[in-house]
Design a protein around this ligand. Sequence first.
Ligand SMILES: *Cc1c(COP(=O)(O)O)cnc(C)c1O
Length: 218
Amino acid sequence: MPVNKEKYQEISAELKGVTLVAVSKTKPAEDIWELYELGQRDFGENYVQELVDKQAALPAEIRWHFIGHLQSNKVKHIAPFVHLVHGVDSFKLLKEIDKQAEKNSRVIDCLLQVHIAKEETKFGMDEAELDACIEQAKELRHVRIRGLMGMASFTEDSVIVRNEFAYLGLLFNKIQKIVTANFQFDTLSMGMSGDYRIAIAEGSTMVRIGSLLFGARG
Ligand SMILES: *Cc1c(COP(=O)(O)O)cnc(C)c1O
């Protein structure tokens, strides 16, 4: 399936200040090139090995977002170059990212993932875990907490989706009041192909869109 360049232009024009992460997981490097040539620089991947391979094969200007579920033992593979880790769902993982960032003499930007959907399968912390993680994160020097990430329920019912995004927006506003050296809360990553308009209406600053741009995944 070809890359949908018209859709890309259409979505880009619609987003205004919201950052578009083009989710290229399972798609070949040639597809990424097509959007790169149109000016797209932020790409999102879910699998560590795939991300490492693509990073090596594609231009260094690309900002790589890791949006999948990251296992602690794999952090070291992406620590040298990853731009933003979206799915941090435990302090243990955050600590490992901090450790690997220090080894690479850098600071890695992270988003804390919050469980907002009804489904059991979606990863993320609840509000109490989030508060505890933020408290512990204050001591880390090689990660910078940039905000929150969440995924709404997979449903046709837009009221449910809107309520879940609104809840994440509330948590984001709450934590934005925390001021400490390694926090810079300016990013709320929510919204995918099916629900990005609702997410933006509820305050999203970053959407992660795959299938609308690259076609359905096999
Ligand atoms: C795959 C994926 C996306 C993109 O989903 P689409 O529905 O194809 O836009 C966004 N976020 C995460 C975390 C994903 O895994």
